[in-house]
Design a protein around this ligand. Structure first.
Ligand code: 5GP
Ligand code: MG
Length: 381
């Protein structure tokens, strides 16, 4: 038996040896011989092509009563997934009218094929229909139809060999192999995405964050909102944060990092996270890298929505006018906010640029235009 076999894009590993298959067929043939011993009619073995070709050949050698062989062909599988629909591809090569029929199948999975076959064979006048299958996937089989002879039960994995194919090849193997998912792990393993969102006030960060969260099934982590949530929940972290805030102190990095890690650990069913308001410092960025590294992951990308300082000013003033927050609109306040943003963000921009994880989005268009740019950039990551 080969160590591994490759069929098109898939790798298969040894599963059932030819010797084991033969033993299983010996057993099932003995049962059939017991049931038909001394029969005076001539039962029909119905070979379901192509899959059952080897099994039928092995089985008929072992039967010691007179029987006929009729073949027919059906197809229900495309690739490695059941299509759910069974088609009759090729008619029967002989008559089953007035005969007892033993349907010989390679494998019963959902049972759709066997259900259709039983119906077809009865319609064609068979007086009795029995089913003999080399293999059965009991975890998947949910039909009420009795399977009279089952040579071997197997788990719900895709197999090839001994008549069974993967897109028509692999049938000639005398042993049975099972799909080996290992070589594809790097492609199929679900890695979490960790995005960081940057953007000065007025760049439309909040609006774009909602769109990103929805499109990419992310959990939006805004540190401010998280703190409020932890405090409201009265968690250990929340209590610690509250006592610090009440005492007029800054919440230390460990507390913020603890909250974020807690989110990473507990939020389920998302494809990733969108960090907003964290990291704010190089120390936090390094802590985040360490945290993700320990999970075998890393920052996917920093998405930075940029608009010119003049536009920040205009937008803040516009917003302040609408919301009637005159204090927000004073030239001096705005200038300070813009300066602070640059001072705080620039080292981080450098940090992520060096890591090759920084992408800048031109935030000057309409909401829809900016959103489209963000999406097309993220799609390429
Ligand atoms: P069912 O109709 O019971 O879901 O599927 C039965 C047919 O599906 C079999 O006759 C066979 O052609 C195909 N099939 C089911 N499981 C496997 C498998 O693991 N490997 C291969 N090659 N075919 C299978
Ligand atoms: Mg088949």
């Amino acid at each position: 038996m080969k160590n591994k076999v490759r069929l098109y894009d898939k790798t298969f590993k040894p599963f059932i040896t030819n010797a084991e298959i033969n033993e299983a067929i010996d057993r099932v043939a003995a049962c059939i011989n017991d049931d038909f011993r001394g029969c005076t009619d001539t039962p029909v073995l119905l070979c379901v092509l192509n899959g059952s070709i080897m099994f039928t050949a092995e089985l008929m050698k072992r039967l010691d009563f007179n029987c006929e062989i009729v073949s027919m062909k059906l197809s229900s599988y495309v690739g490695t997934r059941s299509t759910g629909k069974v088609r009759e591809v090729m008619g029967m090569t002989g008559s089953v009218d007035g005969k007892r029929v033993i349907i010989v199948e390679d494998i019963v999975d959902t049972g759709n094929t066997i259900e259709d076959l039983t119906r077809i064979v009865r319609e064609k006048g068979a007086t009795e229909v029995r089913i003999c299958t080399l293999l059965l996937k009991p975890d998947v089989y949910k039909k009420a139809i009795k399977l009279d002879y089952v040579a071997k039960e197997i788990p719900n994995d895709f197999i090839v060999g001994f008549g069974l194919d993967y897109d028509e090849i692999g049938r000639n193997f005398k042993d049975i192999y099972v799909l080996d998912p290992e070589p594809d792990y790097h492609v199929t393993e679900h890695k979490m995405n960790y995005y960081i969102l940057f953007g000065p006030p007025g760049a439309g960060k909040g609006t774009q964050a909602s769109a990103m969260v929805e499109k990419y099934n992310l959990c939006h982590i805004s540190t401010g909102a998280l703190l409020r949530k932890e405090i409201a929940a009265g968690s250990e972290l929340g209590l610690k944060a509250k006592s610090l805030i009440d005492a007029g102190q800054l919440v230390p990095d460990e507390v913020v990092e603890g909250m974020i890690e807690n989110e990473f650990n507990t939020v389920k069913g998302v494809s990733g996270f969108l960090l907003d308001g964290f990291p704010r410092t190089i120390a936090q960025a390094e802590a985040l890298d360490k945290m993700l590294d320990a999970r075998g992951e890393g920052v996917t990308s920093v998405v930075s929505i940029m608009i010119p300082d003049e536009m920040i000013k205009e937008r803040i003033q516009h917003r302040a006018a609408i919301e009637g927050r005159a204090d927000d609109a004073s030239e001096e306040t705005i200038n300070t906010r813009i300066r602070t943003y640059h001072e705080k963000t620039e080292p981080l921009v450098d940090f992520y640029r060096k890591a090759g994880k920084y992408v800048e989005i031109d935030g000057t268009g309409t909401i829809e235009e900016v959103r489209a740019k963000i999406f097309s950039t993220m799609d390429q990551l």
